[in-house]
Design a protein around this ligand. Structure first.
Ligand code: THU
Length: 130
């Protein structure tokens, strides 16, 4: 059991709730707050396509809207051989709220990779410029 198993398991469970009738690409995410609480999300698509929200942003916005701040890891689970990484928009949002957190990528076959946000998202624009 790795230290990330609980987070991967929560993301996998959340993935079952994905609303993905257009892409059929189902994603689950789970975010661990420094308080220990875990928040989950799934992708929620829309018939206008552009309003789709990724699983990662749903998990983060749920946590933030419940008053949680400070996160150290986020897991992303999809059914792909090559592990699904967060999109560019999600990387910006993950950086805003999680900083240089661990990003755990996993698939349904048990393949797992752990990346640091600073590797996935070098040279970010953030509050330090404002
Ligand atoms: N998607 C996510 O939820 N997270 C990712 O990391 C990659 C993409 C969703 C958005 C859309 O509903 C579907 O996957 C296909 O792009």
């Amino acid at each position: 059991m790795s230290g990330h198993d609980a987070l991967i398991s929560a993301a996998r469970t959340a993935r079952a709730h994905a609303h993905a009738p257009y892409s059929n690409f189902r994603v689950g995410a789970a975010l661990r707050a420094k308080s220990g609480r875990i928040f989950t999300g799934c992708n929620v698509e829309n018939s206008t396509y552009g309003l789709t929200l990724c699983a990662e942003r749903v998990a983060i916005f749920k946590a933030v809207s419940e008053g949680e701040r400070g996160f150290d890891a986020i897991a992303v689970v999809a059914d792909t051989e090559s592990l699904t990484p967060p999109c560019g928009a999600c990387r910006q949002i993950i950086w805003e709220f999680c900083g240089d957190a661990d990003v755990i990528l996993a698939n349904l076959k048990g393949r797992v990779e752990v990346h640091r946000m600073s590797a996935l998202f070098p040279k970010p624009f953030d509050q330090s410029f404002l």
